[in-house]
Design a protein around this ligand. Sequence first.
Ligand code: NAD
Length: 529
Amino acid sequence: MTTKTTEVQGVRPGWIDDVRLASWTRWVACVVSGGDGTLTATAPYDAQPTLPVPSVTPADVAEAAATARAAQPDWATLAFSDRAEVMLRFHDLLVERQDEVIDLIQWEMGKARFHAWQEVLQVGTIARHYARRGPTYLADKRVRGAIPGVTSVKEVRVPKQVVGIISPWNYPLYLGVGDVVPALLAGAAVISKADPQTPLTLLWARALMAEAGLPEHVWQVVTGPGAATGEAVIDNVDYIAFTGSTPTGRIVAQRAAGRLIGASLELGGKNPLIVRRDADLGQAARGTAMAAFANTGQMCVHIERVVVHEDVYDAFRQALVAETEGQVVGQVFDYSADVGSLASQAQLDKVTAHVTDAVSKGATVLTGGEPLPEVGPYAFAPTVLEGVTDEMDLCLGETFGPVVALYRADSDEEAVRIANQGEAGLSASVFSKNVREADMIARRIRAGAVNINDGAALAAGSIEAGMGGMGSSGLGRRHGADGIRRFTDAQTLAASRMGPIGPFTGQTVEKFVQLGNGQLKALRKLGAR
Ligand code: NAD
């Protein structure tokens, strides 16, 4: 393993000054309190404070939601193409100014630059996709009316008025903005709660959206303590799109249920990767390393468990250890590191505790296994373990760090059984030269997405396909048709060309019943649906 430290360690990216900061914090919705003090995160590269943002109160959140609600009807009345124009301009500005936000993401969250760039790629793709495909996803749908010929019926999509979006720190741009774009395109107004670790990235995006021409009030951003601010958001919106941990997801679901509002919940995983006997072991090892250590292992769909056919176990293990030891770990504002820092002391403590617990109960560290203080305060070595058993915390508990454990299986059945252990069901992967057989295996894995011959990025980057969890990994889907339709309500519009449906004036009920029975029999004979 190679390690690198940044030349600018201890210093924020040079272009960020007070004027820039003010241009972002002006978007914090704190009209009532004027900012209840400030909130300052800790930068992972040097454990020094980043920059303060105003902290909002629940009253600020309620006011922000009311302002968004008042602005929503005008926004929804615009033609879809007018809203799409704003999103496409946002796309262009994002691509043009990507270096700014990539610096910010790295500074606030600590990931390697390539993974910060992937957030730009993902959000740009989402903006383009929904701006282009949105009209198809939201199109009116004609259906057969109650009385064919004289009634016409269609289902239309009505935007929610105010959508709440709560996102975590691990992808502050992708998860902060990726759901905002389809919500706004659907005609809803949005109130976003930034994660306290990464508010500047979201505020940067908010300022950019204003440059792209978004009307002032339709996207509100609140920054404040996680639970109080998040709960205030749920209390004031018509739908909540939550991304975060499974325990918080349960709290969010209960609060949303109390208000009878809809929710999508994108939660944690414990994602398995199966290496079949026929897999290309070089590809499988590279794919495993990419998927296990991406985002320093702080990615919801990253791989934490690798189930390997026993005939190729030793060869795969050797290849994976070599791949892992080839990772460049570093804190640099360029593309020369593969793996960055963990995001916080809390993350470092959790990852260290999982590895220490496993080792104390008999697991073997094949490589890595410890913090890298010579790289940075929260850096941790990419780690491969074997001999992990059920009583170890990291066996089925999400580690959310650059740590992967190897398991042996003597058949596809056994591999699927191990992959399906636990309650989580977010993402999975199968490596095999036989894509048809891998497809059959994938269908038996309880996960919202299964990649074949890729570790994680393929499904997540395929924006036209839904993304979400089974089991305790969540409810609902982002991306694809569901990713925008969830921000609307379905409304049925039914029209009659013969007045009210029922017996005509002067017609007896018996006659009407006879007509109805006649229609049932005729349609049955015709084989009509
Ligand atoms: P978290 O649940 O602690 O926090 C997520 C967000 O919820 C933060 O903005 C936080 O401030 C807010 N929050 C905290 N308490 C709240 C409450 N009571 N009500 C409303 N909001 C509240 O999650 P985290 O540890 O910051 O993020 C990592 C987790 O997120 C991991 O489990 C990861 O797997 C998961 N995740 C899932 C996806 C996905 O798409 N499925 C994507 C990224 C991360």
